[in-house]
Design a protein around this ligand. Structure first.
Ligand SMILES: [Zn+2]
Length: 172
């Protein structure tokens, strides 16, 4: 089964299921089919042995890796301790790991707002996630009900600086 790998920090405030939902939606937008989304955590989201071993496991199972993303998050204690790699460096490490395993897959990056687990993709404007008034009425048909979009949107509006820094994290 095709797999997507997501590198995140070990921070206990990161909700893996909420991240998984947003990655699944991104895969759908990108037309990439991945039945399994592996959330792999290590300090700072740095791709470490967890990431390496999972690539080896998938290789043994002959499961193709079709998508990878490295996610940093706001208010990261690993970063504050000087243990977090730059996002670009981490993405390069992922690309090198994939290359060594003879895997060809896109490597994306993004930021998680720790307070609400909202994922902001580096290559997409954040407003992509906001349902327009016309689709709010059909909410539930194609949006996972376990994810409170309206609450998220209201939370984002409360987030100071949201309107000015689309792809940059608000000050921690
Ligand atoms: Zn962290």
């Amino acid at each position: 089964m095709a797999a997507a790998l997501v590198a995140v920090c070990v921070d206990p405030r990161i909700n893996h299921e909420v991240i998984r939902i947003q990655v699944r939606q991104r895969l759908e937008r990108s037309g990439i089919r991945a039945e399994r989304i592996y959330i792999l955590n290590d300090v700072g989201g740095n791709p470490g042995s967890n990431f390496h071993n999972t690539i080896q496991l998938l290789s043994r199972m002959s499961d193709p890796i079709v998508f990878c993303v490295v996610l940093h998050h706001t208010d990261c204690l690993s970063a504050q301790s000087g243990l977090r790699s730059d996002l670009a460096v981490a993405a390069q490490k992922v690309a090198a790991e994939l290359s060594a395993a003879n895997v060809h897959a896109p490597v994306l990056t993004g930021q998680i707002l720790t307070e609400n687990n909202e994922l902001q993709w580096s290559d997409e404007p954040v407003w992509h996630y906001v349902p327009s008034p016309s689709v709010r009425g059909s909410r539930g048909r194609d949006v996972d009900e376990s994810w409170d979009w309206r609450g998220l949107w209201q939370g984002l509006h409360r987030c100071k600086g949201f309107d000015v820094g689309l792809n940059s994290a608000p000050a921690a």
